[in-house]
Design a protein around this ligand. Sequence first.
Ligand code: M6R
Length: 357
Amino acid sequence: EKGTYAHYMLKEIDEQPIVMRNIIKNYQNENNELKLDADIRSAMKAADRIYIIAAGTSYHAGLVGKELIEKLANIPVEVHVASEFSYNTPLLSEKPLFVFISQSGETADSRAVLVKIKEMGHPALTITNVPGSTLSREADHTLHLYAGPEIAVASTKAYTAQIAVLAILAVDTANVKGIQLDFDPLQELAIVATAMETLTGQKEEIEQLARDYFETTRNAFFIGRSGDYNVSLEAALKLKEISYIQAEGFAGGELKHGTIALIEEGTPVIALATQENVNYSIRSNVQEVVARGANAMIISMKGLEEDDDSFVVPHVNELLTPLVSVIPMQLLAYYAALHRGCDVDKPRNLAKSVTVE
Ligand code: M6R
């Protein structure tokens, strides 16, 4: 039930700190150590390459997962859009492990890939919010998101839950492989949960930004580099899906290779700046678009902020910044849709789970 909330989407955005704490609780044992099934551990250890298969927002979580697994567990990862995999099947490694990410566990495009790779004899792990779902039953292993039912068509808490579980999976695999890490995911996720609470308490500020930038615009651009680029893709999907504003997520460095031609007087450009090593370059991109008339908004992170930034998210571990930077993006989309009179929870032409290929 949505209780006092006007929309499920807003309720689900607010639930994200609780979901982080549920994940921490469910993935640790009484000694505060990670608790994953032995068969998942051996599947991860045996894999020489991981193929993540997903659609939409779950695909965007997969892009963050690639970075986590490669950096922490030192296994190469490819991320594929499920609907393309059947035609563009990549050359597979000798010991592939397929990881399906799906909130509903019912996405037909992902299921088609699962059927195909099972016929080929490859192992599969499903990360889902619905343990009895088709993708969970038909895979060899399941990891649960513990996010509670997600009702709004626009996915919010499932995205952050997927990233949190992928971080846990990456660190657990590193532990099993004997890789020493200076990163305790349970502690870091607890810091994230507190940061999320701060952010969900700043709705008025974000609502005002949505008014200033999205009230009448036809289009919008989200830019970022490195980890911020992954979030810019999700930010654009969220905005277009519920507010019908044409939006694109772009790698900051790619702008000058074509897209900057679209910048006109007043075009909203939202730049994410939470990564220290690219902070200077993303800010240069902002100057380039401002010089062409863009209405730029910089969302930065505590410790990297500058005076004119529009919004600053609390500091969290650099590998986990998508978990916090996505929250103002979700809220911007929510308020943009609300102010434009759109049906936030049930956008036109869309279904919660896409069960046809
Ligand atoms: O249930 P799934 O995670 O497999 O769904 C995948 C996509 O259909 C889903 O994420 C979709 O993109 C959302 N509506 C995005 O908000």
